[in-house]
Ligand binder design. Structure first.
Ligand code: MLT
Length: 409
């Protein structure tokens, strides 16, 4: 019998979103006629932008044509897409080499896979609450030890972000080697100021730490002074890897395409203190374990940077932000304290009457037939909070607000 990776046995219950789906399915069995509104997982509802659909149609035709057919593509992504991505950074005044861009099938995969090239003995810091993938992939890799009664792992340094600290990630009070930051933040929907992000970059430079910066929700930033990329901060190129995605703005949650920036100047060290370019290890991993995103999808992704694509994506982002505004206003009218949702598609709320996150989940499901995500599912410091996703059709958001007004006011 094969030996298993026992670190998997240290994971908490199920992965959060399948666990929610399971509970909703249970509820559905008892109330099969309930009209359930799903504002749980952050999954887009608008169809792909027309410019992207058109580009993908053309690419399909090419693939069916003898002269234009393509087999394996470059593992790192086709040059046309990497150039378009570099162009988008250049529009913000950031210089990136196409060789520093790695096209992949998702930021979820990349933020997990990056651990392959990092040693087991790194001290890892995460925000709490946090996107569960960062925690679980570290558990799977054997970096964390077992969870305590609060679901916390001794091998991780948790940095609480709560209303008390304004959801501003505190700098670690000790040395860490790897830091996960996600801004605009999932799950709290809050943002990081330029000054605060600069403090993180300074910390990383001083401690020779690596920042894993997840900017999957960048398109949702509406306030001018909020950084769109960590590379807007001086010195970040030496210490940060950035993860970006087409999922939440271009609607690629099902289509799958993302990219990761690994600047050539980011270095790691060996046990005997030699310096190694992280880029080269990631390139080696990518080429060995990945055969690239399909040509059709990459053509679609490249169309996201065309003038029409940009316009159509901006309309979708505005639409979801409009949903977030409606949710925020509706909740506030019902006397609920809300955070986030201004520069992000997630509204983070304080549960009323000091209900636990899961108790509020049950309450909303029972009384409003509404599904959200319990804050505690994102970490111990998320207890007493709850996340609503703004990704849905407008009539469903209006109906959700109406139901919550009736049930919570
Ligand atoms: C979420 O709801 O947090 C996201 O949809 C998860 C993801 O992007 O994988």
């Amino acid at each position: 019998m094969a030996h298993i990776n026992e670190h998997y046995l240290k994971l908490q219950a199920g992965y959060l979103f399948p666990e929610i789906a399971r509970r909703v399915a249970e509820f559905g069995k008892t109330q099969p006629d309930a009209d359930i509104i799903r504002l749980g997982i952050g999954d887009v509802t608008c169809p792909l932008p027309a410019a992207i659909v058109q580009a993908m149609h053309c690419a399909v035709d090419e693939m069916g044509d003898e002269d234009n057919f393509r087999g394996y593509g470059p593992e790192q992504g086709y040059p046309f897409l990497r150039q378009a991505i570099c162009g988008a950074y250049a529009d913000r005044g950031l210089e990136m080499d196409t060789d520093e861009i790695f096209v992949s099938d998702g930021s979820k995969c990349d933020t997990g896979n990056i651990l392959d090239i990092l040693s087991d003995d790194n001290v890892v810091a995460i925000l709490d609450p946090v996107y569960p993938v960062y925690v679980d992939t570290n558990v799977m890799a054997g970096r964390t030890g077992s969870a305590d009664a609060n679901g916390r792992y001794a091998g991780l340094l948790y940095l609480p972000i709560t209303a008390e600290n304004g959801f501003v990630a505190p700098l670690p009070d000790r040395h860490v080697d790897v830091i996960y930051l996600c801004y605009p933040n999932n799950p709290t929907g809050t943002v990081v100021s330029r000054e605060r992000l600069a403090a993180w970059v300074d910390y990383a430079r001083e401690h020779q730490a690596l920042i894993l910066f997840d900017a999957a929700y960048e398109a949702y930033i509406r306030d001018d002074d909020i950084p769109h990329s960590i590379y807007e901060i001086e010195g970040a190129r030496e210490v940060a890897i950035e993860f970006r995605s087409f999922s939440k703005d271009a609607g690629f949650t099902g289509t799958r395409c993302a990219w990761t920036v690994v600047p050539r100047v980011v270095q790691g060290r060996t046990a005997d203190e030699r310096r190694v370019a992280v880029h080269d290890l990631w390139a080696r991993r990518h080429a060995t374990r990945f055969n690239g995103v399909s040509y059709v999808v990459q053509r679609g992704a490249a169309a996201a940077f065309s003038p029409e694509g940009k316009q159509q994506i901006a309309e979708r982002v505005q639409f979801y932000l409009g949903n977030a505004d409606l949710l925020r206003a509706g909740l506030q009218r019902a006397g609920i304290t809300v955070y986030g949702g201004r520069n992000a598609p997630y509204v983070w709320l304080k549960t009323p009457r000091s209900l636990s996150s899961w108790a509020f989940f049950d309450h909303l499901l029972q009384t409003c037939h509404l599904v959200g995500t319990p804050g505690s599912g994102f970490g111990a410091s998320g207890e007493g909070y709850f996340r609503l996703s703004a990704f849905n059709h407008r009539d469903r958001i209006d109906e959700a607000v109406r139901r919550m007004a009736a049930a919570l006011a």
